[in-house]
Design a protein around this ligand. Structure first.
Ligand SMILES: Cc1ncc(COP(=O)(O)O)c(C=O)c1O
Length: 415
């Protein structure tokens, strides 16, 4: 006899082991035995300081603390405060706003909410959604939750360059089967590899997208997940200017998130920003996604929106925040350099890293290797095809030696 279940049919069997939580708990358990100072817990996807505390930007803390409670406690409009929508658009594009396009934003609970609505409103039940073969796990959870299937293209080729060929092979397959091809590209500073598309890669994506839509009756929906953009090098926004003169059936949606860039993870503030050459398409984007907000989470956190508006209106605060962020981006880059230099020295292969919170080592038998590393008090997240190292959580002084340990474990397991 099976176990008792009262779930609806479509919800049966829904369970996901949270690997990251598991690794984190194992690290904490081991810390009780050998002491916290002897543990390297590179599983956490948040920026941690030298002492292991969460990095928070003082400017943001000040703004949040100064918000009048009767304002921040109130409901926000379903689509978000209008000034917030404008601020999210301006902070996203900076100097690279696509020219001559219709642009609208809807507030969402983090970048996750934007992904949710894009999948829900731009694909049908049973259809496929495309992303890279290295991807953030919740893409799959969300697709499955909404009765869609996540399929993948090869993120990078033999030369470790963006595989635009495979991307369009997969897009063409989707367009044969479906009216809409929805592709999610997480760049710059991709999770979990740190990979970024170059400007030329984006040119190929945009040109290829235009070829498949101009004068055709199928639609290309490009979702750009920029959750880590503010930790990428200067100039990483330039590709936005390419989203201009698009055919009406080529829609771009950008997932804006305040989690990492503003250290406001728990405030659940983000937006989906659409760029279209068609007024009809942009208006239906606004109406349908606002409707979906009402039909799911209603409105989003007002305090987060007010904080962004305050920054948007106050040049001094904005400059202060940008300086705080620049300091931490530099620290992140230093941590990455230490790891990557040592990896090169000891011959440990990594996925191509440009910037961001994580570095990934492509390996077979990742679970076994991760378990072996636990014996050395090093805790990493095993992925299907590799090991994810959250350099965002490890101070530079502790990064030295990590690549050597990992290389030894890889060699021992994959003899
Ligand atoms: C790749 C990627 N996209 C989007 C998000 C969305 O985060 P949030 O919903 O907190 O904005 C995350 C968070 O970890 C992420 O790693």
């Amino acid at each position: 006899m099976g176990s008792t279940s009262v779930l609806a049919k479509h919800s049966k069997g829904k369970k996901e082991e949270d690997v990251i939580f598991g690794v984190n708990s194992a690290a904490n358990e081991k810390a009780k035995i050998v002491g916290k100072e002897n543990i390297i817990n590179a599983s956490i996807g948040a920026f941690l300081d030298r002492d292991g505390s969460l990095v928070t930007f003082p400017t943001i803390e000040k703004i949040i603390k100064e918000l009048p409670f009767e304002d921040s406690a109130n409901y926000a409009p379903i689509a978000g405060l209008p000034e917030y929508a404008q601020a999210a658009i301006d902070f996203t594009f900076e100097d690279y706003k696509p020219a001559n396009m219709h642009i609208k934003a809807i507030s969402t609970p983090g970048g996750s909410g934007a992904i949710h609505h894009a999948v829900w409103n731009y694909t049908d039940r049973g259809e496929k959604v495309l992303t890279a073969d290295w991807f953030w796990g919740p893409y799959k959870t969300m697709a499955t939750e909404m009765a869609r299937e996540l399929v993948t293209f090869r993120l990078y080729d033999e030369n470790k360059k963006f595989d635009s060929n495979d991307f369009f092979v997969k897009i063409d397959e989707l367009l044969k089967e479906q009216d809409n091809a929805l592709a999610i590209i997480n760049s710059p500073a991709h999770n979990p590899t740190g990979f970024s598309l170059t400007y030329e890669d984006w040119e190929k994506v945009v040109e290829g997208g235009k070829e498949r839509t101009a004068g055709k009756d199928k639609n290309f929906i490009l979702f750009v997940d920029i959750a880590y953009i503010d930790f990428a090098p200067e100039g990483s926004r330039k590709f936005f200017e390419l989203f201009t003169n698009l055919p009406e059936n080529f829609l771009v949606i950008i997932g804006f998130s305040m989690s990492k860039s503003y250290t406001m993870y728990g405030y659940r503030t983000g937006a989906m920003i659409a760029v279209s050459s068609s007024e009809d398409v942009i208006n239906e984007f606004y109406d349908s996604n606002q409707y979906s907000c009402r039909g799911t989470w209603s409105n989003c956190t007002r305090a987060g929106q007010l904080a962004l508006i305050k920054l948007w209106k106050d040049k001094d605060l904005k400059e202060k925040l940008f300086a705080e962020r620049a300091e931490y981006s530099q620290r992140l880059a230093n941590r990455a350099k230490i790891f990557l230099d040592e990896a090169a020295e000891v011959g440990l292969e990594t996925c191509p890293y440009d910037s961001g919170f994580f570095i990934t080592v492509p390996v077979a038998n990742s679970a076994e290797i991760a378990a072996k590393l636990n014996e050395d008090n090093l805790f990493l997240v095993p992925l299907k095809k590799g090991l994810r190292i959250a350099i965002c959580a490890i101070p530079s002084s502790r990064i030295t030696g990590m690549a050597t340990l990992i290389k030894k474990a890889v060699d021992a397991v994959n003899k």
